[in-house]
Unconditional design. Structure first.
Length: 144
């Protein structure tokens, strides 16, 4: 029984180590979440101006959209964007918005406007600005 006990203990330890390694690997691949503070307050303030000048006419001052214009905050927004990345959202805005002049926002204006959207949605402020680089934005999940 002593040999069996040692074997079972060693097997349990090995399973625990492999489970922890697998969990950490998944977490590393997942990157950050918008809930991790991925923009600054200053960036969101700049984004508020960009939004007011380029987006508010269609999406509304409150970002809630309308029957035909999508919401940029709340449950309707999450229904469309949950599980996607900040890069997906950035690409959509950069290439198709504003509707009257698609592709005219600079990369900085696009990331600033997303920071404003995250601020309105009450995601926490962080210490670094939201990037305008696709590789970095791909690491940020839109999840809650």
């Amino acid at each position: 029984m002593n040999t069996t006990f040692r074997f079972v203990t060693a097997l349990a330890a090995a399973v625990a180590v492999l489970s922890a390694a697998s969990y950490l690997s998944v977490q590393a691949q997942a990157g950050k979440s918008v809930g991790d503070g991925v923009y600054t307050a200053e960036q969101a303030k700049r984004g508020e101006r960009v939004y007011a000048e380029n987006c508010g006419f269609c999406h509304g001052d409150d970002l809630k959209g309308s029957d035909v214009i999508p919401a940029l905050t709340g449950a309707d927004f999450l229904g469309s964007w949950k599980g996607k990345t900040a890069a997906d959202l950035y690409e959509k805005i950069q290439t198709t918005m504003p509707a009257t002049a698609p592709g005219t926002l600079t990369p900085a204006q696009t990331s600033d406007s997303i920071a404003h959207m995250f601020a309105v949605a009450k995601y926490p402020v962080g210490s670094a600005e939201l990037s305008a680089k696709a590789d970095e934005l791909k690491q940020i999940r839109i999840d809650k």
